[in-house]
Design a protein. Structure first.
Length: 289
């Protein structure tokens, strides 16, 4: 059996930047990590030269961190056919994020497909396709855009496997697309992962193909199946449960795929402030056979 690739979302900030990200991941017992290149809510970014990439990879090699995944910021909404300026911002910023991902020596950039903001699913999906073609048609970087499976809150697109397939069908460079399979989102979208693990994976395989999964977000869900809420829970404290999340972590079909925890931080006893990352304990729990 191959070594399981598992880690969590980590920060990239301060003077150390990427080096600090790697040190944080090491402290959790991780061998992969996921980061944002800056705050996910805005477009403020440091120059690539300031990210401390070389020092980070030197440390990563010694620490056994084998792979990194980059997550695009939430402000990118390629599905917006209502406000042209929002769509144009999304296209231009996605182009820059692909360059930054390549510079960080990652091959996976996770992207929320987008929201139609009232224009309807058909118009939103057509806009996402248009945006991805604008970005990818002239881009030669060795980076996959991994469309995340979404919970379906509000006007989010990518809630069903069929919606993701519609995006694939319209994109010219299909070989540059992949999927990030988020367990919480899939549950909240209405797929009964907890009751029918193999059935859900079979459905995904029939519509898109398991070979297209490039990353997996390992999250429990605060909500019952089909709630369309998108609220992550700590491992074993939600409606999916430890057993199923362990099953996906140990599934040999996903041995080469990075599995990333995005579970909530927890409070110190007697405090209401979430100040403690749970990742060291949760990674250890998930690795138990």
């Amino acid at each position: 059996m191959q070594k399981i690739k598992i880690g969590s979302h980590v920060k990239m900030a301060g003077k150390e930047m990427f080096l600090g990200s790697v040190k944080e991941a090491e402290s959790y017992g991780a061998n992969v990590l996921m980061l944002y290149t800056g705050a996910p809510q805005n477009t403020v970014r440091k120059e690539i030269e300031a990210l401390n990439i070389e020092a980070g990879w030197e440390y990563a090699d010694k620490a056994g961190i084998e792979e990194i995944v980059v997550h695009a910021p939430y402000i990118i909404n390629l599905g917006n056919a209502v406000k042209p300026e929002t769509f144009e911002l999304g296209v231009s910023f996605l182009e820059k994020e692909i360059k930054r991902t390549a510079a960080m020596r990652s091959r996976i950039l996770i992207l929320h497909p987008g929201a139609h903001v009232g224009a309807g699913e058909e118009a939103g999906i057509a806009q996402i396709v248009k945006g991805l073609n604008l970005v990818l048609d002239d881009n030669e970087d060795d980076v996959f855009v991994a469309l995340e499976t979404m919970a379906g809150k509000g006007s989010e697109l990518g809630r069903t496997f069929e919606e993701l397939k519609m995006i694939y069908d319209g994109v010219n460079k299909k070989d540059r697309l992949r999927v990030c399979f988020d367990t919480c989102h899939v549950n909240d979208a209405g797929y009964r992962l907890a009751e029918d693990y193999e059935g859900v994976l079979r459905q995904f395989d029939e519509v898109i193909g398991l070979s297209q999964i490039a990353a997996i977000h390992i999250n429990d869900s605060m909500n019952p199946c089909g709630a369309r809420k998108d609220r992550h829970a700590n491992i074993g404290e939600g409606h999916i449960g430890t057993e199923i999340l362990k099953k996906i972590v140990h599934d040999e079909r996903f041995a080469k795929i990075p599995k990333i925890l995005e579970t909530p931080w927890i409070c110190e006893e007697g405090s209401k402030e979430k100040t403690i990352p749970p990742y060291k304990e949760e990674i250890a729990l998930l690795l138990e056979s």
